[in-house]
Write a protein that binds this ligand. Structure first.
Ligand SMILES: Cc1cc2nc3c(=O)[nH]c(=O)nc-3n(C[C@H](O)[C@H](O)[C@H](O)COP(=O)(O)O)c2cc1C
Length: 175
């Protein structure tokens, strides 16, 4: 079994594409087969908890809401024990179109995972983004709780962001 389970939800395919880019980058940096990719829409809590290391991918939809498949899975987290699990989160959003709710779902998912024992790694600087408000932002800090990807407005930065974030997470996971 792979070391890392990556679980994503995606309504128009952008988060899914980024999920596979992250998997490929881990293959390059940490060896082939480091990451297994799953759609959260067909995943079970047991499957999620079978991994010691987790990456969660979530876009924000409907102005500050969870993506649909994540919205279905989200209530199950309350009955899951993430103690000892190392989790990194990435999210997709649109800073130009939704600047008051940029990447909100990343913050909502992060809070819920931490509430149920997860240790969250892979924080990411807010510096190169322009937005007004974001639940993904760690209060009082210039960091998001996870990697922010904006395929709508900053797709030219995506490959570089993934490369650096995978490097960071690999080191923080001690892989
Ligand atoms: C109706 C609608 C609502 C959206 N709401 C938000 C939002 O509140 N915050 C945000 O950062 N992005 C928002 N987005 C942008 C999406 O998160 C973005 O396009 C993302 O890449 C979609 O990912 P997916 O293809 O994996 O579903 C919204 C997009 C649409 C079309």
């Amino acid at each position: 079994m792979a070391k890392i389970g990556l679980f994503y939800g995606s309504s128009t395919g952008k988060t899914e594409a980024v999920a596979y880019q992250i998997k490929e980058e881990f293959d390059k940096q940490a060896g082939a087969g480091t990451v297994e990719v799953h759609n959260i829409g067909s995943a079970t809590p047991e499957q999620v908890l079978s991994y010691e290391y987790l990456i969660m991918g979530i876009p924000t939809w409907n102005t500050g809401e969870l993506q649909d498949d994540w919205a279905v899975f989200f209530p199950k987290i309350a009955n899951m024990n993430f103690n000892g699990k190392k989790v990194a989160i990435f999210g997709l959003g649109d800073q130009n179109g939704y600047g008051f709710n940029f990447l909100d779902a990343v913050g909502m998912l992060g809070d819920e995972l931490m509430l149920h024992g997860a240790d969250v790694y892979g924080v990411w600087s807010t510096e190169k983004y322009q937005f007004n408000e974001s639940k993904a932002r760690i209060e009082g800090e210039n960091y998001f709780i996870g990697l922010g990807i904006d395929e709508d407005g900053q797709s030219d930065l995506t490959a570089g962001r993934i490369q650096q974030w995978v490097k960071d997470v690999k080191a923080e996971f001690n892989l």
